[in-house]
Design a binder for this molecule. Sequence first.
Ligand code: NDP
Length: 314
Amino acid sequence: MEKNILDCVIIGSGPSGYTAAIYAARADLKPELYTGLQAGGQLTTTTEVDNFPGYPEGVTGTQLMMDLQKQAERFDTKVHFETITKAEFATQKGGVHTLWAGDKEILARTVIISTGASAKYLGLDDEQKYAGGGVSACATCDGFFYKGREVIVVGGGDTAAEEATYLAKLCSKVTLLVRKGEFRASKAMVHRVMNTENIEVKFHHELIGIEGENNLVERAVVINNQTKDTAKIEVHGIFIAIGHKPNTDIFKGQINLDENGYILTEKGSSHTNIPGVFAAGDVKDPVYRQAITAAGSGCMAAIDAERYLAELEG
Ligand code: NDP
């Protein structure tokens, strides 16, 4: 029996995946979307989203993702609550790509990868306990809740420096915990941090615990890893900014990635180095990482996929 070859398969169910689905479905590509383990993506782990255009009163991350799913389904996107576990991309233009969800084989002319990135955490039990109660990995998403309050940022890279300077504009004080005696961040970012009055940098300091009533952060327990002295800092928010890991493990060796594992796309487009494979959202974006930028790049990927198919058909 001849196997069904789909025009468009979308991997991932964050804002980029669902936006790609909306556009691909409206272009009659009959997309099928595989949600992955965390249906709805990173946004389902945040609380209120106040910066997504079109929601003047704000919206919860979960509601926003349910709305995007509904909108994609309205145009006949088939949503599979399954995880793509393996991919084999055809390297020739017009080739058919093969994906697997466990034992199930899926054939597609175009694939849009929107598998996102996962924020890295320290691995403390308390991070789980206080998630949603003061522990966050996104200052742009959650910083607003700590207006006028004291917060901690953990990390010494560009993300931590950027989160700290962003939070310093909202919060009364930001304590930045850097585990080494130096930053990994670029000179320009370090300069900004060092010249922001309400940021205190504590080198050689690590977060080892969190305290608070009713799963709400009240204190951070920190250690000086040189003297081994511990201390408690009164804070309401703790931002973990030690990097993100793009979800590209299953594509390694098949598609061009940068040194941190992000998918490389042609400038100003969603084209990867493989014809018919497109990337959208955080999986290709170490810089902006916002729901709205992810949604925008999902739209680009669907348009690129549609044009690629149209070109094949002549
Ligand atoms: P990085 O990997 O560059 O930095 C991670 C930081 O977190 C390092 O300081 C690291 O410490 C620290 N860290 C890691 N694990 C732990 C831990 N368990 N406990 C305490 N600290 C820890 O990640 P970023 O997300 O900052 O940046 C990723 C990439 O994205 C970089 O290339 C960066 O330049 C880029 N980027 C660019 C931006 C921009 O251009 N505006 C903004 C944000 C990111 P150590 O140094 O000791 O290993």
